[in-house]
Ligand binder design. Structure first.
Ligand SMILES: C[S@@+](CC[C@H](N)C(=O)[O-])C[C@H]1O[C@@H](n2cnc3c(N)ncnc32)[C@H](O)[C@@H]1O
Length: 320
């Protein structure tokens, strides 16, 4: 990350090359963030076609303002539409813009460096701040509500479901006993103290999983992802490319499942001599196994460490 780039885009060259392999038309960056991927992809497509069309979505108004600034110089050669919304509103956004099908869709999931680095957004235990974690500041529930008001069983469920936390019950009991908890650093300390000493010696900071779980719950991250994935496939034009960057297994599992389902043809039992289901594959995989950043990229940008890239191309013909 540099002073001029608030977030370093992950696997940038690979993402650009995948969208250079997509037909002309609109590319949607559904997690436009600071506009790093969107800028590079749009610039490359401008150079290829002499024109380019970008629709950028983000639920965070701060990110959208940064994207606006970053992408403005590409106008008027490129058309750039930025919309503040959750990305599962993609079909409505495209209908409003009268775009039935698109050439590409990018999802670069989770939070950005701007979120982690801004202490007041409350995403980080390293930068002490209030318990917030809302990507969209208008969301009704913050991390503070969960930590200081929810039942311990509900807190434990969040920790188990969204971070596979082994010590969910211990942590939730410690949290409830320590209420009110008002800062990210205080929460991190309570979580660390709640975990058995032996377990604290392995892995990173013991509060990492708790922070991940709270963030996912506050922002309904998996609900939004489950809702958007089928529409991503549906709105691609033939030859159109979808690329998803995930940062943990709960995300990647969903992407893998959705892409595999869309790439599956006939599902009739093998004993049927003639296909009765009529199901045809909608997409082909562009990467067999998820791609990861190189060790050089991770050394330069440690936040890329857990990235997993999957990509598919929409086939000619069938639709559901
Ligand atoms: C990893 S960052 C994207 C960074 C971007 N690719 C870049 O190069 O600057 C993820 C962005 O997606 C946004 N985001 C996450 N989940 C979202 C959702 N469900 N709907 C809309 N935006 C979302 C976050 O606010 C954040 O700005």
């Amino acid at each position: 990350m540099t002073a001029s780039a608030p977030h370093t885009p992950v696997l940038l060259d690979r993402v650009v090359s995948l969208f250079l392999d997509a037909p002309a038309g609109v590319v949607v960056d559904a997690t436009v963030g600071a506009g790093g991927h969107a800028h590079a992809v749009t610039q490359a497509r401008l150079e290829r076609d002499g024109t380019a069309h970008l629709v950028g979505l983000d639920r965070d108004p701060v990110a959208l303002a940064l994207a606006e600034e970053r992408l403005a110089p590409l106008r008027p050669a490129a058309t750039v539409e930025l919309v503040r919304t959750r990305f599962d509103a993609l079909p409505r956004v495209l209908d409003d813009l009268e775009v039935p099908a698109v050439a590409g869709i990018l999802l670069d999931l989770g939070i950005s460096s701007m979120h982690i680095d801004a202490a007041e957004r409350g995403f980080s235990y390293r930068n002490d701040g209030p318990l917030d974690m809302r990507m969209d500041p208008d969301l009704p529930t913050s991390a503070d509500d969960i930590i200081n008001r929810w039942e311990p069983t509900e807190i434990a469920r969040v920790l188990r479901t969204y971070a596979e936390e082994r010590f969910a019950d211990r942590i939730s009991r410690a949290v409830v006993a320590a209420r009110p908890i008002t800062s990210t650093a205080a929460l991190a300390e309570i979580v660390r103290d709640a975990i058995p000493a032996a377990a604290r010696r392995t892995g990173g900071h013991p509060a990492t999983r708790t922070f991940q779980a709270l963030r996912i719950a506050v922002n309904d991250e998996l609900g939004a992802l489950d809702a958007v994935l089928p529409t991503v496939i549906d709105r691609l034009k033939p030859g159109g490319v979808a690329v998803v960057l995930s940062y943990h297994s709960l995300e990647d599992r969903r992407v893998k499942r959705a892409f595999a389902a869309a790439a599956t043809g006939c599902i009739c039992p093998p004993q049927l001599a003639v296909c009765a289901c009529g199901q045809l594959p909608l997409v082909e995989h562009l990467v067999r196994r998820p791609e990861r950043p190189s060790s050089e990229e991770v050394a330069a940008n440690p936040r890329a460490t857990s990235a997993l890239l999957r990509a598919v191309r929409r086939l000619e013909g069938p639709s559901r």
